[in-house]
Ligand binder design. Structure first.
Ligand code: ADP
Ligand code: MG
Length: 321
């Protein structure tokens, strides 16, 4: 199969949106620009063995690729609209492509994002997407607005995906039910788009947790001007499945440092507590206050283990020797 048949068969769909003037099939895509809104652009790449374990099903991979990009859109408080898809594939296996495109489009349909183009090449497995979204001018959720005295909040539960990865690698064991849930959290993260949109008017700063809570909260604090935070580790939201698989103490460690949960961490003035509580019902999501922002640098952990983790854990980063 050549690249053109591959695109026709698996990725070209009828356009659903009148905003897309030219979609797949030309040298570039053309979309209508909304003059009173700003464009938000995000891109993310998944490399086998680095971002997903070998043996990840094509369905999960297609789903996760779009999910991690939509999570960035969510963390900007934007509405996702279109995306470009870059595929580097070792071969054109039809059942692999069927699974990948099914996973990808299941999420694209759910969030109303349209595939408008991309690129396809032969090589070692690597997939990448670029999503365009829209935000009302001046309402994007940034990393740099946190202030001393703000409360620190997180959505959902933390540490599940990192425990899921340990299960896939055979480092931990769990019951079939817990395993299904935790590996599902690793492979099919839920982008918190509705939450991100609502937070635009409530939060002072926000980020999606892809590299671990301490690392990503650290990005907010640094971008907001060398601030610090205290985090009450007894408040960290842990799923019963996470505790079941590895016990509370290790689950808490995973919640602090494990990546891939794609929950949102945000800061807000304490006066916003009520509107935030109301968001739980509106977005049908767990929101937990885990600490507060302070004026001196470093993240102090209180609650269960009293130690200061300043500089101990920088989160996942790619390095070249
Ligand atoms: P060009 O030669 O101009 O780079 P291509 O031959 O790579 O164009 O692509 C032809 C058309 O197919 C373009 O509209 C491109 O955006 C689209 N396309 C290529 N790969 C993909 C893909 N993986 N998913 C969606 N659209 C794609
Ligand atoms: Mg090309």
């Amino acid at each position: 199969m050549d690249e053109f048949r591959l695109i026709e068969q698996f990725f070209r769909r009828d356009s659903r949106s009148s905003e897309v003037v030219v979609g797949i099939g030309d040298d570039g895509a053309v979309v209508k620009a909304d003059t009173d809104k700003n464009l938000v652009l995000v891109t993310d790449t998944l490399v086998e063995g680095v971002h997903f374990p070998e043996g990840t099903t094509p369905h999960d991979l297609g789903f996760k690729l779009l999910a991690v990009n939509l999570s960035d859109i969510a963390a900007m408080g934007a509405t996702p609209r279109w995306f470009l898809l870059n595929l580097v594939l070792p071969d054109a296996n039809e059942s692999w492509l069927e699974g990948f495109s099914t996973g990808l489009f299941s999420l694209a349909t759910e969030f109303g994002v349209e595939l408008i183009g991309g690129d396809t090449a032969r090589g070692p497995l690597c997939v990448s997407a670029t999503v365009g979204g829209q935000v009302q001018s001046g309402t994007a959720l940034r990393r740099n607005g946190a202030q001393a005295g703000d409360q620190v909040w997180v959505s959902g539960t933390l540490g599940d995906a990192a425990i899921g990865l340990d299960l896939v690698h055979g480092v931990l064991g769990a019951s079939d039910n817990d395993r299904g849930y935790l590996v599902g959290r690793l492979n099919r993260p839920k982008p918190r788009v509705e939450l991100g949109l609502a937070l635009g008017a409530i939060a002072t700063a926000g980020i999606d947790i892809s590299d671990g809570l301490l690392a990503d909260l650290g990005h907010i604090l640094k971008e907001s001007g060398t601030l610090g935070a205290s985090v009450d580790t007894s408040c960290l939201p842990l799923s019963p499945q996470a505790i079941g698989a590895c016990g509370e103490s290790l689950a808490r460690q995973k919640a602090l440092t494990g990546g891939d949960d794609y929950e949102i961490c945000f800061t807000a003035n304490p006066a916003q507590r009520l509107p935030i509580e109301q968001l739980k019902d509106k977005c049908n999501i767990n929101l937990t206050c885990i600490g507060s922002v302070r004026s001196h640098a470093g993240i102090a952990l209180t609650g269960t283990d009293n130690h200061d983790l300043t500089g101990i854990w920088a989160g996942y980063r790619h390095e070249w020797s």
